[in-house]
Every structure is written in structure tokens, then in C-alpha cells.
Write a protein of this length. Structure first.
Length: 318
């Protein structure tokens, strides 16, 4: 996991932020989940799968964020997977993660029966003993959010049906789907949210996620941050790290390692410095391109040397 992913996960893992994210997606913005009702769970999970021959194979999975929602009794398990790139098999990946988490719950119940085993086994029916699960036992819902924050709009499937082949045989497809339950993932395409949807979240999330649509428009980005100066002039370290990740500000990620968690950072000032650095880098790049062109190098050769596309080289030279 890269620095950017780690920074985004740390930012979202905050209980107030995570509660707001879940309330926005699951409950349409109603404040049902309270931050104090959330507790972190172990992000690493593993299960042993046995084949008919009795051979077992271990399967390990690591969640980005996973929490238990408790309100007196357990209500649900809430998880989030952060993606900075489109994962075209994400519906199946989420299905697998959720399946492992459900299996963990059953395994935990089996462990409880393992204590005072002789006494407890006598009280189980043959079916309950075989299942390792009493008839009256319950498991809790698992909800996984996919927080996707790349500039490119998500163009992959959002459910299992979307991954199936569409061969045009509508009647056959419909018949098959009656026997195959769909599995839909809960996608948050953070950079492409409508204004009305953004309002379902807390101000903290609204300010940051509302900024993402301007990532490729530096002037508009500056205007947005200046317009919301009251928020961006004093952000905590975790928010600053997440902002640097969203904006690909590698310099900011390096500098923030020296800051204390309780410190506040003026993002408006950081943006001005970043913008000036970008201008200087652009000037240096343009000079390099013109110099190479004067030496008789082709647009393709210049692109390979400078690390940009031939089209971008052509636009600078025109």
C-alpha cells in the first residue's frame, strides 16, 4: 500500500468521519450511526478452506478499514476499501471480503462453544454440532463501502450481474439470474458526486470531497479553497495528508511527516506554494522541450525523454 492510500485510510478511519460517510451512503444523511458506537476490528483475517480430500488451504485478506457498530448489542460490521485505481473485479472482491467476514463471525461462535466443550456439546443437537452453529444463533450484516478517488470516472461494473457476459439470449440470461443472487457493491465515486449527494455528508467531508472535481483545474481549485478559507486555513494533519494524496502533492506528504498530529495547517498557503512550484516546473519543462526540438528531436523522442505524451509535446511547441 502506497503513502497515498495510507493517508486516505487514516483520514477516513476517524470515527466521526467514518460515521458520516456511512450515514450518507446507508441512511441518506440521517445521523443514525454515532461515532462513539464504532470500534475498530482486526483488519487481518484468514480462513482455512478444506477440499473433499481433507486438504486445507489458508486464505488471508486484509481490510483497509473495518469497524463494529455497537448500540448496546452488535448491530452491523462496517468496512471500507479505498481505491485510487479502477478495479474491474471489485464486485467479486467485495463479495469475497464480506464472505470471509461472515465466516469469521461463525468461527467466533464455534470458538465460544469450544470452551467447556463437553458440557456445551451435550446441549447441541446433531445438526447444530455439525454446523458449529445453533439454530438460534445470529450473525450481523456486513456492509462494505468502496471509496474510489481517482480523477477518472468509474467505468467498471458495480455488481456481479454487470460482470457476466451479455450474449443477447435474454430469456436464458433472465432464467439463470433467477438462480444467481446478485451482489452489488456500495461505490462512492468521490470525484464525481452531485451537489445534492454531497449534502448528505458532514461539512468536513463536503468540503474535501467537493474539492475533488477541480483537481485538473488549478485556477478553479484555488478559487474553491479561497471561497472555503474558513475550513481550509486550519486543517488537521490527517486531512492535510489526505488532501495531498487527492491532489498528488508528493512534496506535502513528505513534509507532513515532521508535523505533530495535533498541529493545524493552512491549506490555502500550501496551495499557493504548490501552484508556484507547478508553474516553475512547467516553465522548466517547456524550456527542455524547445531545446530538444531545436536539436532536431522528433515529438515522439521528446515525449519519451520528458515523460509526457506526444500530444502534450505538440501542444507546447505550437
Amino acid at each position: 500500500m502506497g503513502k497515498a492510500d495510507v493517508a486516505v485510510n487514516r483520514w477516513l478511519e476517524d470515527n466521526e468521519r467514518f460515521a458520516s460517510l456511512c450515514n450518507g451512503v446507508v441512511f441518506g444523511g440521517q445521523q443514525v450511526i454515532k461515532p462513539e458506537e464504532l470500534e475498530n476490528l482486526d483488519r487481518e483475517t484468514d480462513i482455512l478452506l478444506a477440499d473433499k480430500g481433507g486438504k486445507t488451504k489458508g486464505m488471508e485478506r486484509r481490510r483497509d478499514i473495518i469497524k463494529r457498530w455497537k448500540k448496546g448489542a452488535d448491530l452491523a460490521i462496517l468496512a471500507c476499501e479505498s481505491q485510487d485505481k479502477i478495479h474491474y473485479a471489485m464486485p467479486v472482491r467485495c463479495m469475497l471480503y464480506d464472505g470471509v467476514t461472515y465466516t469469521d463471525q461463525i468461527r467466533e461462535l464455534r470458538r465460544k462453544y469450544g470452551k467447556n466443550r463437553k458440557e456445551k456439546m451435550q446441549s447441541l443437537t446433531a445438526e447444530e454440532y455439525l454446523s458449529g452453529f445453533r439454530k438460534d444463533d445470529v450473525i450481523y450484516p456486513v456492509i462494505t463501502l468502496v471509496f474510489y478517488y481517482n480523477e477518472k470516472k468509474w467505468d467498471g461494473a458495480v455488481d456481479r450481474y454487470g460482470m457476466f457476459a451479455d450474449d443477447g439470449e435474454r430469456e436464458i440470461t433472465d432464467a439463470l439470474r433467477k438462480c444467481i443472487p446478485n451482489y452489488r457493491m456500495n461505490l462512492i465515486d468521490a470525484g464525481h458526486m452531485e451537489e445534492a449527494y454531497l449534502k448528505k455528508f458532514s461539512e468536513d467531508l463536503q468540503q474535501v470531497l467537493g474539492m475533488l472535481k477541480y483537481r485538473k483545474q488549478k485556477r478553479e481549485l484555488q478559487k474553491y479553497i479561497q471561497k472555503n478559507e474558513a475550513y481550509f486555513s486550519s486543517v488537521d494533519v490527517e486531512t492535510y495528508q489526505a488532501l495531498c494524496s487527492f491532489l498528488n502533492m508528493e512534496k506535502g506528504l513528505k513534509e507532513v511527516e515532521e508535523l505533530q498530529k495535533e498541529e493545524k495547517i493552512n491549506m490555502c498557503q500550501a496551495m499557493e506554494e504548490w501552484y508556484q512550484d507547478a508553474v516553475e516546473e512547467g516553465i522548466t519543462l517547456a524550456k527542455t522541450i524547445f531545446r530538444l526540438s531545436a536539436q532536431g528531436r522528433s515529438e515522439q523522442e521528446i515525449a519519451e525523454e520528458t515523460g509526457i505524451s506526444p500530444g502534450e509535446v505538440k501542444a507546447i511547441l505550437q
